[in-house]
Design a protein around this ligand. Structure first.
Ligand SMILES: O=C[C@H](O)COP(=O)(O)O
Length: 252
């Protein structure tokens, strides 16, 4: 029998949002119905500057908040960095690690990402571990090989269905309006599931695998209906409450 997995629709605000954006977030909290929350978990990962305020305003609502990155150390001389413990202290329940923008902009390797995932667990946070191929890698027919390698290197021993979410984000689909075909998504998510199940057994069977990359209300139903797609990691469309809820409505 197939494992029942509650989906997660998570919004990554990236480096967007001043205090004025708290109004849009409150609107989201207000409109996220109990029915929707029963069908899918809902999370927003804002810039760290808004995390505490958003966590406070999300209390008693269906929305949880997460961080976008963390340092692997608990504390210390790391100017400008934020530890997983600090995110937890601000009200986060999870943190994204290994987003392709971190891998590209900050030279993060699979080892770095794995250490950050372990830091997330140490602080009691879930780790949303991102993987995904570039356009050149897909064109070279290497997408599955690349993603399998990232999974092997970025997902540490100890990953469970409760402490880890995998987000598959083809780099070429992020912020471009381009998406893979449903068949390409199906093939990749099936490969990720098999890899996770082989390594983590029942935890791999139950781990959520999100799709990310140009998810919008208009394409959410098709993408989220693909087998082994257990939710979405949404960038641009998560900045507007109506769009984010429109995507989550694929499960409502
Ligand atoms: O983390 C989210 C992704 O990078 C997707 O961004 P996007 O929905 O703007 O394409």
């Amino acid at each position: 029998m197939a494992v029942q997995i509650k989906p997660l629709v998570a919004g990554n605000w990236k480096m967007n949002g001043l205090k004025a954006a708290l109004g849009e977030f409150s609107k989201l909290c207000e409109h996220a119905s109990a029915d929707l929350a029963a069908a899918t978990d809902l999370m927003i990962c804002p810039p760290a500057t808004l995390l505490g305020a958003m966590a406070a305003s999300a209390q008693e609502t269906a929305i949880s908040v997460g961080g976008q990155d963390c340092h692997m150390a608990e504390k210390g001389a790391h100017t400008g960095d934020i530890s997983a413990e600090m995110l937890a202290d601000s009200g986060a329940v999870a943190v994204i690690v290994g987003h392709s923008e971190r891998r590209a902009d900050h030279g993060e390797t699979d080892d770095t990402v794995a250490a950050k995932a372990q830091a997330a667990w140490r602080a009691g946070l879930g780790a949303i571990i991102c993987v995904g191929e570039t356009e050149a890698e897909r064109k070279a027919g290497k997408a599955i090989e690349v993603v399998s390698g990232q999974l092997a290197g970025s997902v540490p021993v100890g990953a469970t269905a409760d402490n880890t979410v995998i987000a598959y984000e083809p780099v070429w689909a992020i912020g471009t309006g381009l998406t893979p075909t449903a068949e390409d998504v199906r093939e990749m998510h099936e490969s990720i599931r098999k890899t996770l199940a082989a390594r983590f057994k029942e935890h791999g069977e139950g781990m959520r695998i999100l799709y990310g990359g140009s998810v919008k209300p208009a394409n959410a139903a098709e993408l989220l209906a693909v087998p082994n797609v257990n939710g979405a990691l949404v960038g641009g469309a998560s900045l507007k409450a109506d769009d984010f809820l429109g995507i989550a409505a694929a499960y409502g």
